[in-house]
Design a protein around this ligand. Structure first.
Ligand SMILES: Cc1ncc(COP(=O)(O)O)c(C=O)c1O
Length: 341
């Protein structure tokens, strides 16, 4: 097979040898009875790390988001969210199907929701519009190119919401922490519930966690069961998750540095795309281009794998299985691609 560099997503990462070792050695039990010590350790570690009372280990980030909505809403409720957030646009309508909720959408091109936009929707209850039950945000925000929320603005939004719950989709919360220099618990503080994925930049093979108040997480365990996400000797996966938290967080800085270099290469190859390497904060480089699908197709033929997240939006993601040598290869491919255009 000819060489390729896979920049489609940080979900393509392989578990590390230390993870495989820990998985083989994991002490396990039936988590349905609460008997798996490795799962309990991971849930407690995560809850503490995020400054929340409790946490639940779940198979995927989507399930963590879906459980959050199930415990925070009732059928018919309205959730304010950004129009490009994962829970809105990338979960196959799961929120409507699982929780019978609807979204009131605001612009999130910058990765953030403007406080005035959210407050307008909340105030619209006075004008006979359906009351807003909660708000959902994403940090880092995938679609905008892994942007990190400004912490003061997120805290201000949480304060302005009149006691309504805030759910934080932190699929890449640890990227946000490394990039901003803030602790995960600082980033989680404004939110009622927070999810984070172990299976993206942190390289665990499977698993996400949802954290929040103990009473909500007790309900969350019931919702996890309803969704078919209660598992048995799942300490085998939690063991890899513990290694992920112990060994893989600080190295995210390397992914961020490589994403900046990748942005420089892409900006040179596609000057019309407006890619600005100085705005890259984490591990995602995304830009609009009229020939997005064509570019992704042609680069793939040459061994550089990326993807589109909308008809005219290209995305490349750096991760632990991409090194500097791989980026040299990407640089060569982009120069020959440009020369042939
Ligand atoms: C921002 C965000 N939230 C949630 C998810 C869902 O995670 P999973 O693929 O583990 O279901 C993703 C996955 O890419 C994501 O990028």
């Amino acid at each position: 097979m000819t060489r390729h560099v896979d920049l489609r997503s940080d979900t393509v990462t392989q578990p590390t040898p230390e993870m495989r070792e820990a998985m083989a050695r994991a002490v396990v039990g039936d988590d349905g009875f609460g008997d798996d010590p490795t799962v309990r350790e991971l849930e407690e570690r995560f809850a503490t790390l995020l400054g929340k009372e409790a946490a639940i280990f779940v198979p995927s980030g989507v399930m963590a988001n879906q459980i959050a909505l199930r415990v925070l809403t009732r059928p018919g409720d309205v959730i304010v969210a950004g129009r490009h957030q994962h829970v809105v646009s990338f979960e196959m309508g799961a929120s409507a199907r699982n929780s019978s909720v609807q979204f009131a959408l605001v612009d999130d091109a910058s990765g953030e929701l403007a406080i005035e936009d959210v407050m307008d929707l909340i105030d619209a209850a006075t004008d006979h519009q359906v009351p807003v039950a909660m708000v959902a945000v994403e940090n880092t925000h995938m679609f905008s190119g892994g942007m990190v929320w400004n912490h003061d603005r997120l805290s201000a939004l949480a304060h302005a919401m009149g006691g309504r719950p805030l759910h934080l989709d932190g699929a890449r919360l640890f990227n946000a922490a490394v990039s901003s220099g803030r602790t995960p618990s600082e980033l989680a503080a404004p939110a009622t519930t927070v999810m984070a994925c172990l299976s993206k930049g942190l390289c665990a093979p499977v698993g996400s966690l949802l954290a929040g108040p103990a009473s909500l997480m007790a309900n969350g365990r019931i919702e996890r069961k309803r969704l078919g996400g209660a598992m048995r000797q799942v300490g085998i996966l939690a063991a890899a998750g513990l290694v992920a938290l112990d060994t893989m967080v600080d190295r995210l800085a390397q992914d961020h540095a490589r994403a900046r270099r990748l942005a420089e290469l892409l900006s040179a190859a596609f000057p019309e795309s407006g890619v600005d390497p100085t705005t890259v904060q984490t591990n995602i480089v995304s830009f609009n281009h009229p020939q997005a699908r064509q570019i992704v197709h042609e680069l793939k033929e040459r061994g550089v794998w990326g993807g589109t997240v909308a008809p005219r939006r290209v995305r490349f993601v750096t991760h632990a299985d991409v090194d500097d040598d791989d980026l040299d290869f990407v640089a060569d491919v982009l120069s020959s691609f440009t020369a042939d255009r």
